[in-house]
Write a protein that binds this ligand. Sequence first.
Ligand code: ZN
Length: 332
Amino acid sequence: MRCLVRAEGVRIDRHDIQSGDASESCRAEDSLVVCNLCQSNELRRLPYHYLWEEKRFQGMKCRRCGLIAVDPLPSDAELERLYSHDYFDTGLHGLDQAGVDYETLADRRLDSTRRFIRQVIRSRHAAATGLFEVGAAMGHFLQAAQLEGYRCGGIEFSPTAAERAREKFGLDLITGNFEELDLSGQHEQWDVVYNGDLLEHLRDPAAAVERLAGLVAPGGICVTRLPGTFNLLSTRLATPLLGALGRSMQLPDKPYHLYEFTTGTAHRLFSRHFRSVEIINEANPPGKLNLKTRSAGYVAKYIMQYVNYPLTRWTHRFGDRMTVIARNRSFR
Ligand SMILES: [Zn+2]
């Protein structure tokens, strides 16, 4: 049973949690019947969901390993509509609501991206000369890497974005789906394999990490940036509270994030294919939070960030951004 109520601008679903088995309202042809990370089929409903094209995408958590995913996973046709040509202009999870398009924001970040490359990548693998990015978009990260002296390569799903990377930065990107392309020519060719905000968008992140590992040269590293919303104190507190109240928060985005990772699940994901895994937690200062709505939930998140931000700086935990540095098996 389900009824919709509205409170202070937040769309809340109230469920009869007695009948709250995921299979009843969420299972469909492409349903997440099995956890992508541990293959368990014991999943429990989390109190958040997306509603897109009149279809509900329910947040679910694996009882065994803790991986969070939406159920059902979008179909191929739905993914195609999600990443239509205007994705970088208006569809990019709320950047449009902040009045900034992807390219403008990426242009502004050149200095901070170069700093990230020096502080996080160069400091961990000083001898690296080649850097390959999976999901290179319009090539802004690779431009920064070129300026830092790397020989660069990359792959991008969107032909429009790849063309922009060629026009703007002279980058010759491979175009296509990373999960399907034959990348045997790139096998073990790259000292550094980088990807940012990629894995949470893919239907099979476990297979994607195996493919990433295959690109890393002996002695190399894979550097991955992930959102970590479920690491935040505000999310950790709100999740059991909403669950106990039998409520579910409808997120304002389209279901771009098929998965949500925590430090625990990110570590598990990478440790299968790499010798060692280091995870850096960062939190945005409150003023830099992208508040997608002024709903009660987001206002509470904003207030909690005043506690969370210094806490993350102090403890290196509870961040909303993670950088995973995975060292290849032959890393010295
Ligand atoms: Zn699992």
